[in-house]
Write a protein that binds this ligand. Structure first.
Ligand code: SF4
Length: 352
């Protein structure tokens, strides 16, 4: 967790971010449907904070990261970086702002150019940004960053294939931080690594955050890793924000049935809250045809009549704790609160 997190200093603000991918069909490539990858997601990241985005595969967490970086343009919504609208920047302004926003990739094996030496890979961002006056200055900066991420200086002239997964991820981290960015988006940065190596990389990220005050957006499907590293957590499902809270609040008092189900499959966390265990059943529906109302209602054990009809708003159920679920809507009628009737899959359908 960020020791130097400043709760009054917002470095990145995401407002109503939405991303739809049109699906082209037919002879003339006419688009009549789309993938609802991200739907109206909002959150803010403070200086020195680790903000985690969690959820199952396909929940929209990586697309959210790509939209923030503008690796893919959002359909709507804004991203404010240091008070400026990053989504509308163009040309030199965009190039300049991109120095403050960097990415660490999931796969350290494919994210490094195999034909470049370690020193050239790390120096690439400062070569493009031309932040040095002499070759000696460039080399000194590379050495400084290599030492900061725990890479031996004797590795300068070596190539990526000569390194283990953990070391390659250190090279990727060095490349991401060489320009001293304000925010680094870490997209599943440890999921391709062995568990013992994962801990070392997580410890390195924490140390760099303490030393340099970087804010991280940590994208992960692994709640036990998130519990260790995050200050604040947002849970996503089918492109929607389900719940958002501080790390401590979310893990001790999960409110959304989806979050509860995710936590219940982690043995160490499950034992603490075994009494109201929730089991997640079925598959994630298709994002091209998401369920009506609450997008989780097809898998929710607490589904009520209203859930299939109306999209739930985000309710603030404790200070800073948001939950998008009708269970916390005090304005519902008794009729709307009636449990939804479940039809067993093997039930016989009466003939007319
Ligand atoms: Fe379950 Fe309804 Fe809450 Fe959705 S809104 S999580 S279906 S109770």
């Amino acid at each position: 967790m960020g020791k130097n997190m400043d709760a009054n200093d917002v470095v990145l603000e995401v407002e109503h971010l939405t991303k739809h991918y049109p699906i082209k069909k037919g002879l003339f490539g006419k688009s009549d449907t789309c993938v609802h990858a991200v739907e109206d997601v909002s959150f803010e990241v403070h200086r020195g904070e680790t903000f985690a985005i969690v959820g199952e595969s396909g929940c929209g967490k990586s697309t959210t990261g790509k939209c923030i970086l503008r690796l893919t343009e959002p359909t709507s919504g804004t991203v404010m970086l240091d008070g400026k609208d990053f989504t509308s920047l163009k040309g030199d302004d965009l190039v300049e702002a991109r120095k403050k926003l960097k990415l660490i990739f999931q796969d350290p094996y494919s994210s490094l150019n195999p034909r470049m030496t370690v020193a050239d890979i790390i120096a690439e961002p400062i070569d493009i940004a031309k932040t040095y006056a002499t070759r000696a200055e460039r080399d000194a900066r590379v050495d400084q960053i290599m030492q900061a991420v725990g890479l031996d200086l004797s590795y300068r002239a070596r190539y990526p294939h000569e390194f283990s997964g953990g070391q390659r991820q250190r090279i990727g981290i060095a490349r991401a931080i060489v320009l001293e960015p304000e925010v680094v988006i870490c997209d599943e940065p440890v999921s391709a690594l062995d568990v013992s190596v994962q801990a070392k990389v997580i410890n390195l990220l924490e140390k760099l955050q303490d030393d340099m005050g970087i804010s991280f957006i940590f994208i992960s499907h692994d709640l036990s890793v998130v519990k260790h590293i995050a200050d604040n957590v947002m849970v996503m499902y089918l492109g929607h924000m389900m719940e958002r809270a501080s790390d401590e609040e979310l893990f001790s008092n999960p409110a959304h049935p989806y979050t509860q189900a995710l936590l219940d499959v982690i043995p160490r966390i499950r034992r603490e809250r075994i009494r109201d265990k929730t089991i997640l059943q079925g598959d994630v529906p298709s994002p091209t045809n998401p369920p009506s109302g609450c997008c989780f209602h097809t898998r929710c054990t607490k589904c009520m009549r209203v859930c299939g009809e109306r999209v739930p708003e985000a309710h603030e159920i404790a200070p800073g704790h948001l939950c998008a679920c009708h269970l916390y809507d005090e304005s519902l009628t008794d009729e709307e609160r009636t449990p939804a009737v479940e039809v067993p899959l093997d039930a016989e359908i009466p003939q007319a």
